[in-house]
Structure formats: C-alpha cells, structure tokens
Design a protein around this ligand. Structure first.
Ligand code: AMP
Length: 222
C-alpha cells in the first residue's frame, strides 16, 4: 500500500505519519526531511533546494522525484510506505504513480483551517539534529528548548517565520490543493478533520487504514 498524507504545512502530516508508522510498520518518507538532510550535508542538490525552501517555494520536481525514487527503492518499502509532503502538485502525483504503478494507493487528506495552521506553525519547534517536532502549547518537550529524543537544541525552522508561512500556504492553495479534486476523481481520497486534536485525527485515520488494509489482505487471499 502507498499511503499519501495530504494537507497544508503544519496540518499534522508528520505527527500522524509517525503514528501510522507505529501502528502499521510502514516507513514514513518525508520529502521535507530528505531535503533538509541534503541541505545540511551541503550536497549539490541540497544547495539548490535551500534557496527555494527558504522562500517557501517548491523545490524542482526532478530533484524531489530523485529523492523519492531512491528512497522507495529500498527494501523496507517493499510492503508499503507513507508519503508525507509528496506529491505537492499534479506532476508529482503522476511521477509517483509511474514509479510504482502496481501498488494500491490511498490518499488521506487532513483538513485544517488556515488560522489554525498559522498558530501551530508559530508555536512549532524542531530539532535540527534528529528532526523531532514539538509544539510549545500541545506537545511541549520535557525540558524547555531541549529535544526529548536526542537532547539537541530546539529551534524554529527558518521557513516557519510568518512571512514564509504565508507563502507556503499560498503555494499549497495554488499547487497542492488541486490534488484533492484529482484524487477525488480517481476515487481513492479520504478526508479527515485535522482540527480536533491529535488523538481524534489519529482515530479517524486508523479507521480508514484498518478498513483499507483489511480489504487489501482479503484481495491478496482471493
Ligand atoms: P515540509 O517539511 O514538508 O513542510 O517541506 C519543507 C519545504 O521543503 C517545502 O516548503 C518545500 O520548499 C520543500 N519540499 C518538501 N516536499 C516537497 C515536494 N514534494 N516538492 C517540492 N518541494 C518540496
């Protein structure tokens, strides 16, 4: 199964993706994390991606596709994977279908209102060392400013500044939101209300995936 988590920046894709990983064991592939790693490693690709990311723009499709191709080709993706932050436009949706055409796909769109997103991103803090994500209000680290997982020093992501957040939301509305209609027409789109807190959202996603994966197993037996 290919599970695509679709939704605005700050909508909870990463948090929910981690919970899906915990329950079903599929790896989570975050193109944002892969790009940030490339930026940190100062690879040629990372240097090119950095400028677009700082502006809140999308990185070129070919760069992101290369990262996704390499990642889903690894053995841990054999039974399935969760995509977080990919695809972000129609071309990318078609790219991943072409890369791995035989795999059943389910798209879970997490709906969150724009005002709520701005609030969440302003309160978000991330660990630059291990990528763990916290929130100053709803997911506080045990020690202020310190990562629970690796003891790194938490920081606000450079693209979580208000002016960049606005641009990321604009890009989401222009490029990514049309995917809702695309997947809606294919018939594999499920929508969940992401404004009701982590647990309620996780429960809604679990219900969808239990049904979809149960059906997948029944198909495989038939
Ligand atoms: P994220 O961590 O998913 O919010 O991504 C952070 C930034 O990485 C985005 O604002 C984009 O600049 C870039 N990025 C992540 N995923 C993609 C993608 N699928 N296509 C293009 N750019 C991406």
């Amino acid at each position: 199964m290919r599970i695509i988590l679709l939704g605005p920046p700050g909508g909870g894709k990463g948090t929910q993706g981690d919970l899906v990983v915990e329950r079903y064991g599929f790896p989570r592939i975050s193109t944002g994390d892969l790009l940030r790693q490339a930026v940190q490693d100062r690879t040629a690709l990372g240097i090119e991606a950095d400028a677009a990311m700082k502006r809140g723009a999308l990185v070129r499709d070919e760069i992101v596709l290369g990262l996704v191709r390499e990642r889903i080709g690894r053995p841990d993706c054999r039974d399935g994977y969760v995509l977080d932050g990919y695809p972000r436009n129609l071309a990318q949706a078609k790219d991943v279908e072409a890369l791995d055409p035989a795999r059943p796909e389910i798209v879970i769109a997490i709906d969150v209102a724009a005002e709520e997103i701005v609030r969440r991103l302003a309160d978000r803090r991330s660990c630059p060392d291990c990528g763990a994500v916290f929130n100053l209000i709803v997911r506080k680290p045990a020690r202020e400013g310190v990562c629970d997982a690796c003891r790194g020093t938490l920081a606000r992501r450079e693209d979580d500044r208000p002016e960049v957040i606005r641009e990321r939301l604009r890009v989401y509305a222009e490029k990514t939101e049309p995917l809702l209609a695309y997947y809606g027409s294919i018939g594999n789109l499920r929508r969940v209300d992401g404004g009701k807190g982590v647990d309620a959202t996780a429960a809604a996603i679990r219900e969808i995936l239990d049904a979809a994966l149960g059906a997948g197993k029944a198909d495989a037996r038939a």
